[in-house]
Design a protein around this ligand. Structure first.
Ligand code: TXA
Ligand code: MG
Length: 334
């Protein structure tokens, strides 16, 4: 199988890609679709046989539940057994957008989606393409990130093609993902709610709506939380190359900290830009959390494709806006 890649950059192309994607999804096939966070590998969430194909294509362990994507609050309420006031307030503040809420699962959602668990993660993505496909289909879409299990999430159609192009029929090209890292996953089954996976909607923004958060008082995302969300195991989202996060003052300082042949070392910097001499590459992402999140996975994909042995990323600020990116780099370095 070789995936067809459909562009969406004119209204006509967009509409015909929507129709083709919906046709395959109705037939129980997988389709890779753009979202604003990362590309998703979608199947009809109500069709257990279709969802099972996701696990097969990704090599995903069966115990890892999949997020269900919807395109209205009404559709979200049909996936869950309760829709508490806090969910309504969060939806009003952050949907459509990069927030997944975890709630008790409705019986319509097959076990394969929830990994047999009692809860389901629900998200209303803001990317117009996946919204149009969900509306056209009329059913919710189960979609993990469209990468092989444990590899870096894709932020453009080419990343998807490299990992899954031989395993699926269709990849829709909706451009570069605008957020660039995966959604914030928030567990609403505890009081107060708890962040299971940090994302670009950070704790301070959530607290403005929820009043309090579990992870705000406990140590965030250490080992203790992992069983609630298998995707939070320490090693996840990893490039093939070894990745380290380092602080340096200048080029000489950086060189002194790397015990590795510079010719196979790729540097990703945002503030202290070293001279490129000797390094395989030096790339610069602006010192801005949103810009950094949007670009970092593409940089890691690029370094891997170039045969990097070591990727050195400049240490990030410790403020709220950067926390989710730091979390992903920690996992990539684990
Ligand atoms: O931004 C995103 O969330 C992307 C796009 C495609 O929407 N999706 C994504 O899916 O990142 P995935 O499967 O790669 O990561 C989903 C994470 C995993 O860590 C999984 O364990 C967790 O969400 N998760 C899903 N359902 C859950 C549930 N019911 N309870 C706890 N954790 C859940
Ligand atoms: Mg993933």
């Amino acid at each position: 199988m070789t995936a067809e890649i459909l562009p969406t950059h004119t209204p006509q192309l967009f509409q015909s890609a929507v129709r083709r994607a919906a046709e395959l999804l109705r037939a129980g096939e997988l389709v890779a679709l753009p979202t604003e966070t990362v590309y998703g590998l979608a199947a009809n969430a109500l069709d257990p046989r279709a969802v099972a194909k996701i696990f097969q294509a990704k090599g995903r362990p069966a115990h890892n539940p999949i997020i269900v994507h919807i395109a209205s609050v009404e559709m979200a309420t049909r996936c869950v057994t309760t829709w508490p006031e806090v969910a309504e307030k969060l939806a009003q503040s952050f949907w459509p957008g990069p927030l997944t809420v975890v709630l008790p699962c409705a019986k319509e959602i097959p076990d394969v989606v929830t990994a047999g668990g009692p809860t389901v993660g629900v998200r209303w993505p803001s990317h117009p393409f996946i919204q149009a496909v969900i509306r056209e289909c009329g059913f919710p879409l189960a979609a993990p990130s469209a990468n092989l299990s444990n590899q870096i999430s894709p932020t453009n159609a080419e990343h998807v093609r490299k990992q899954l192009g031989a395993k699926i029929r269709l990849i829709v090209d909706g451009g570069q993902s605008q957020v660039g890292i995966e959604s914030t996953v928030l567990d609403l089954t505890t009081e107060p709610p708890g962040v299971l996976r940090p994302g670009m909607i950070h704790e301070e923004s959530l607290i403005a709506v929820t009043g309090d958060l579990v992870s705000h008082r406990r140590k965030p995302l250490a080992g203790g939380e992992t069983l609630r969300s298998p995707g939070l195991l320490a090693k996840h989202y990893a490039p093939k190359a070894k990745l380290v996060v380092l602080d340096w003052r200048d080029t000489a300082d950086l060189r002194s900290r790397i015990a590795h042949p510079a010719s196979r070392t790729h540097i990703v910097a945002h503030t202290h830009i070293p001279s490129g001499e000797g390094f395989a590459s030096v790339s610069v992402i602006p010192h801005d959390a949103e810009a950094f999140a949007r670009a970092i996975y593409a940089e890691l994909h690029r370094c891997d494709a170039a045969g990097a042995e070591l990727i050195v990323v400049e240490a990030l600020p410790e403020t709220a806006q950067w926390r989710a990116i730091a979390d992903r780099l920690r996992r990539a370095a684990a």
